[in-house]
Design a protein around this ligand. Structure first.
Ligand code: IPT
Length: 972
């Protein structure tokens, strides 16, 4: 039955009675049925589901998605680059959190221009064939400032993330802005990439069902018709499966390795083996979904760094945990993150520093990683066998080794079986041999028959048996499958295992034979089964099989490293070509007799290509390349890497200018234009101990550095000052009295004694280096925690202090709406535009970097630099600090006016900051670099700064245009 148009509740009720959705129990009252027996939400049948998976346009699929935050890559053309890499690594989906605070600096103001161009981000996904799970919150968490709430929301009275008219009015404003113009028109029903829309985020304890329902109702009212989804924390409370606030496609989040990257070989928990059981208990009629599954980890200020996170959540973790998800029946998996990016400006919440690399499959500068390659291998396997692996039922497998777990999956569409084997204890480093019994149409066997099957340390394997592919019938393989394809007169299959491991590959073949021209194999035939034995080589060994299927079979046996460099881009729906060697293959197409493919190489690379028969010539990144066809049908050749002449300014030889930047410390500084801080009440969740309230957000200043100046009459009764600063992790503050340095501290309390007071006005200048606002994961309005001072009092006498406060120029009325709400704070130089290109620093002093002087107070350094990366190359740039300074200091890095780094030499761990192309002109144009240095100790000396590419690639990346970076013009 095809359901068209909106359904009334009566017609829905009828549907519920008259339809029966195979293979599951009766529909939820509000579900409808699609033509192919799947269920849908009654609003569209373009996305439907059964008890196994979702269907898109009536095609079942395993959704392998990765989280992507466009706001963590402020260069829109690079969104296309990253989405191409997603596709190449086997992702067929991306999950986008939309960040309310990033678009709304002020109540009623919504900005979707430039780096905020959501349409462009969705277009990038669509162009690469990536399905999007849209997650507009309103709350998102995501290690962003206020968990994605706009800062102005700190001033609403109601508790957020609950049902309240005041909060609802605020979030409705956001959803109206993003839904109507962007999310609704980009749904799959409108030809766009969006296939689901999530409601709230990990809304799992202390919940208001009415609030969830109100968001769902709002989506519907706005015109969202794709299924709603929800990510429960772990699988605990099972809210929102049924009843008020229930979504269409409920699922879970899970981060089994935890977030402590300082012990990278320690994994928090075993691969959870109870997902399926839990799922069958609570939500058996719907696909099993993991809307966030650990793809890396965040890292805190002072943490061990992202290399450690990448080691913890590495390719072995991917083998074990992602295969376990398959074993458990998970058919919607979204890795958090697929690409992490950069929490530039003030985007981060205090728990993280600027880089949000996350140890993700694609690194911060957009590079490939071992886990990215592993994802490609697994995903290509899943997509190749999608029909058989997407809908499966479990069966017991009686393996012989108790140290291992065996999960059997039987395809519901064919006889194909999958046996997934892993260690009982996920982080076991043991070498374990094992055997597995299988029953196939061609006989019952104990695998392997004449060799050894092993899990050598952290590994998991998927064995496939009884599988029809192309014109062949696979009886079983102890090597894992990457992909297969029929290409002209032959079938091709690529299988792999770690180098040196045995492999056994058995085909149904009445009269089959196999030969390897380059490598040792043994074959035997019995009972109509041809068995081929080999060791996995370094590289890839071709084996030619005849007499099995209708066509000859080219069996390509790869060692693991070689397998990581096999690519299988689709040239048309379900038709792949096979290319081995390159660092990255982005896409391929056949036109006439030419196969054109694009991608990236980091060195001269020998390649293998297996293409349709009619292909005679090849083009790589639009240049013709000569390949030779071998007798086995494989084309061989070399992609030559011509080392480019990349010129980048040596910053140690650049002309640097210096200017002191904290006149606010001087007692006679004119703060008459500053805002008076005289509030007696606050909406913050931390009560002030002294008045007036010294919380910057209460005065409309939300980001970065903040200044507070307090003036009080001196008297001999005053014996000291007691000051308590309140801000997030990694924050710091510095105090000056009458221009004299008092000290620099982490947040908390300090008592200052032996003060040098005058009888007249005394001025206490306080500079607070903030690291953003808290999130609200706990739903207790924690994001309303203040940034400022909870207490400032004189000791010995109760003296009145009158206060002024200063933050970013314009407060919520941004001075620089192009770079947006999180780009600049309240440093004098920021307010004056010293960070901007085109600012005239002609009258500044000359300086050197590394500096040769100790400087007190805030120091600004400016220079220009050039980078010349020839067309056709990618050389993502990093700016590295190297310090010998014992003195503690903080620094802000601005490139062409964009704040791309917050450096803390006293905390670490980050030393290298990614400067994305587009923000940086890499075509020999002039770039402005400004660094603001804030000593926490009395003085400091900035060390070496250097600019270097993370890697140089010959690259087929899309053209990257320059991001609009307005130049200096007189401010105020
Ligand atoms: C989960 C959040 O949903 C996500 O936004 C992000 O913060 C992630 O954690 C950690 O990077 S919350 C879960 C781990 C309790």
């Amino acid at each position: 039955m095809i359901v068209k148009g909106p359904l009334t509740s009566i017609s829905l009720a009828i549907l519920a009675v008259v339809t029966s959705a195979a293979p599951t129990s009766p529909l939820n009252a509000r579900d409808a049925s699609s033509s192919n027996g799947t269920s849908n939400n009654g609003l569209t049948d373009k996305v439907s589901w059964d008890g196994y998976s979702i269907y898109i346009n009536n095609e079942p699929l395993t959704l392998l998605s990765g989280e992507f935050h466009y706001y963590r890559l402020p260069s829109p053309d690079l969104w296309t680059d990253i989405m191409q890499k997603y596709k190449a690594l086997g992702f067929n989906g991306a999950s986008f959190y939309f960040n309310w605070g990033y678009h709304s600096p002020k109540r009623g103001v919504y900005d979707f221009e430039g780096v905020r161009d959501v349409q462009k981000a969705l277009d990038a996904a669509k162009a690469s064939g990536i399905h999007v799970i849209s997650r507009p919150g309103p709350y998102i968490n995501a290690e962003v400032d206020c968990g994605g709430f706009p800062s102005w929301l700190m001033n609403i009275q109601s508790t957020t993330r609950q049902n309240s008219p005041e909060y609802e009015a605020a979030w409705s404003e956001w959803l109206t802005a993003i839904d109507k113009k962007y999310l609704v028109p980009n749904q799959i029903t409108e030809g766009g990439p969006i296939i689901m829309q999530q409601v709230e985020n990990e809304y799992s304890s202390n919940v208001s069902k009415e609030y969830m329902q109100a968001i769902i109702d709002k989506y519907k009212k706005d015109g969202i018709v794709v299924p709603t989804s929800f990510n429960e924390i772990n699988n605990h409370s099972q809210n929102f499966i049924n009843g008020t606030g229930a979504v269409d496609l409920y699922g879970w989040d899970n981060y089994p390795a935890g977030f402590d990257c300082s012990h990278p070989s320690k994994w928090g928990t075993d691969a959870i083996k109870t997902y399926r059981e839990q799922h069958m208990k609570v939500n058996p009629d719907k696909p099993q979904a993991l809307y966030e599954f650990q793809g890396g980890s965040f890292d805190p200020w002072g943490g061990p760094g992202y290399d450690n996170c990448r080691t913890m959540v590495n390719e072995k973790y991917a083998k074990i945990y992602y295969k376990n998800n398959l074993a458990q029946g998970v058919r919607i998996q979204s890795l958090y993150m697929g690409y992490g990016g950069t929490s530039w400006g003030g985007l981060a919440t205090p728990s993280v520093y600027t880089s949000y690399d996350y140890g993700a499959p694609i690194s911060e500068p957009g590079l490939m990683t071992p886990k990215g390659y592993e994802h490609k291998i697994q995903a290509t396997f899943v997509h190749t066998l999608t029909k058989d692996i997407t809908a499966t039922t479990p069966f017991d497998v009686d393996g012989d080794n108790d140290a291992l777990v065996y999960n059997g999956l039987q395809s519901v569409h064919s006889d194909t079986q999958f046996i997934i084997v892993q260690h009982n204890k996920s982080d076991s480093d043991n070498r374990d041999e094992f055997t597995v019994p299988i029953n196939t149409k061609d006989g019952s066997f104990t695998l392997p028959r004449n060799s050894t099957l092993v899990l050598n340390g952290r590994d998991a394997k998927i064995l496939v048996a009884d599988y029809d592919f192309e014109s062949q019938h696979l009886v079983y393989s102890t090597s894992e499958i990457f992909t297969h394809q029929s290409l002209g007169k032959m079938d091709v299959i690529v299988v792999y295992a770690y180098e040196g491991e045995d492999g056994e590959f058995a085909l149904k073949a009445a009269n089959g034979s196999a030969k390897a021209t380059d490598g040792d194999i043994t074959t035997s035939s019995a009972d109509g089964v041809l068995q081929i034995n080999y060791k996995h080589p370094n590289g890839t060994m071709p084996i030619e099989v005849t007499g099995a299927g209708d066509k000859d079979l080219l069996l390509l046996v790869a060692g693991y490293n070689s397998a990581t460099r096999w690519w299988a881009p689709e040239v048309s729906a379900r038709e792949r070509v096979l290319i081995q060697g390159p660092y990255l293959v982005r896409d391929a197409k056949v036109s006439g007799s030419t196969l054109s493919f694009t991608g990236d190489i980091d060195a001269t690379t020998d390649i293998l290509v297996v293409a349709p028969d009619n292909v005679r010539s090849f083009r790589w990144n639009n240049k013709s390349v000569k390949l030779q066809k071998q007798s086995n049908g494989i084309w061989k050749g070399t992609l030559t890497f011509d080392k480019p002449n990349i010129q980048i300014t040596d910053l140690s030889k650049a002309t640097w200018k210096y200017k002191a930047g904290s006149p606010e410390t001087a007692p006679d500084f004119d703060d008459s234009t500053w805002m008076v801080a005289d509030h007696q009440d606050t909406n913050a969740t931390v009560a002030p101990e002294t008045k007036p309230v010294l919380y910057a957000d209460d005065y409309g200043f939300h980001t970065g550095n903040l200044w507070f100046r307090g003036t009080f009459k001196g008297s001999s009764d005053i014996t000291g000052l007691n000051v308590t600063a309140y801000s997030g992790d990694g924050s710091a503050w510095v105090a000056w009295l009458n221009g004299k340095y008092l000290g620099g501290y982490d947040v908390g309390s300090q008592v200052f004694k032996d003060l040098d007071l005058t009888d007249d006005d005394n001025v206490l200048s306080l500079l607070l280096w903030t690291t953003g606002h808290e999130e609200d994961g706990t739903k207790d309005d924690r994001f309303k925690s203040p940034r400022g001072f909870t207490k400032v009092e004189t000791l010995g006498s109760n003296t009145t202090i009158s206060w002024k406060v200063q933050g970013n120029l314009g407060g919520e009325d941004l001075a620089d709406p192009v770079r947006g709400a999180y780009n600049e704070g309240g440093l004098y130089g920021e307010r004056e535009g010293w960070h901007l290109p085109g600012f005239d620093d002609g009258d500044w002093e000359s300086a050197t970097i590394p500096d040769d002087k100790n400087r007190t107070g805030v120091s600004w350094f400016r220079t220009t630099f050039k980078a010349d990366v020839p067309k056709g190359y990618d050389a993502p740039l990093g700016l590295t600090f190297e310090d010998k300074s014992e003195q503690r200091y903080r620094a802000l890095v601005f490139v062409n006016g964009w704040q791309l780094g917050r450096y803390a030499n006293d905390l670490g761990p980050q030393k290298t900051y990614y400067l994305p192309e587009g923000i940086v002109n890499v075509n020999n144009g002039e770039n402005t670099l400004a660094v603001a240095v804030i000593p926490l100790d009395e003085s400091s000396q900035i060390g070496t700064l250097s600019l270097e590419p993370y890697l140089v690639l010959e690259s087929g990346k899309p053209n990257v245009g320059l991001v609009d970076s307005p130049k200096y013009s007189k401010r105020k």
